[in-house]
Write a protein that binds this ligand. Sequence first.
Ligand SMILES: C[S@@+](CC[C@H](N)C(=O)[O-])C[C@H]1O[C@@H](n2cnc3c(N)ncnc32)[C@H](O)[C@@H]1O
Length: 259
Amino acid sequence: MLDEASFMKFANGIRKKMGFDMSGYKLVRMKRRVDFLMRKYNFDDYNEYLRILDKDPSRQKEFFDRITINVTEFFRNPDKWKRFEYYISEKIKKERGGIIWSAGCASGEEPYSIAIVLEELRAPSSFRVLATDLDPNILENAKRGIYEEKALVNVNSSLRSKYFKKLDDGRYQVLEKARRRVTFKRHNMLSDPFEKENIAILCRNVVIYFEMDAKEELYKRFSRALKPGGILFVGGTERIFNSRKIGLEPMEPFFYRKV
Ligand SMILES: C[S@@+](CC[C@H](N)C(=O)[O-])C[C@H]1O[C@@H](n2cnc3c(N)ncnc32)[C@H](O)[C@@H]1O
C-alpha cells in the first residue's frame, strides 16, 4: 500500500537503517519521489523496497539521487554573484581570513564559483570555502571538479581560460588554484552541528524541500553560525520572514547580514 501511514513507517525505517531523517522535508514531495521509484520497480509495498535498499548500495545511490535534487551550475543567477563579489571584497578588506560555507553544495559548481571569486579578488589563502552536502556520491564527483560544458553557461571565456582545463572528452576541469581553496564534507544541515564564525554562508535552492518549522530553525542556526557582519546568500524564491528577529538584516533580495 502506498498510503501516507505506510510511507511514514518507511521513512522511519530509512532513518534507522540509513541514518537519513526525512522529517524536516515536505512530506508530499518526498513521497512523490519515492513513489516514482516504487513504480519503476513495480513494488506496491514500501517494506519490500526498504529491504532492497538495505541490501543493495546501488539502489541506495539511486534513492539518494532521486530524493535530493542536485541541479546546479556555476554562478547560478549571475547578476547576484556580482553583488556577492562586492560583499566578499568588503570582507577581504576588513578580515584576515575566514570561512565561506556553501551548504547544500551539490556537485560543487557553487563552492568552486566562490573559489573563483576569491581568486579574482586576490584574497589571501586564509579565505577558504567549506562545501557540504547530504549526498555522499555527489561529493565524490564534486572533489574531482569535472563538468559538462552546460554547467559553465555563466562562465565567460576569460574565466574559462583562467580557471578551467578543457579535457579530451570535451568536459572541463576546475584548475588546482581554485580547487585548493575548497574542502568538501558530508553534512546534514538538519541534524549535524554547524561550524561557527563563518564570514558568509550560501544556502541556495535547498530549503524549498523543507517544512516551514525545519526552515525557520535552520535560518536561526545559520544566523548563529555567522560572524557579526557575515553575509547569508539565499536562493531566488527564498525569503526569510521576520529575519531581524533572528539577527539577520535584509540587505537586498537574496542577501542578509548578521547584525
Ligand atoms: C538543488 S541543489 C542546490 C545546489 C546549489 N546550492 C545551487 O543553488 O545551485 C540542492 C542540494 O541540497 C542538498 N541537500 C538536501 N537536503 C540536505 C540536507 N539536509 N543537508 C545538506 N544538504 C542537503 C541536496 O543533496 C542537493 O545537492
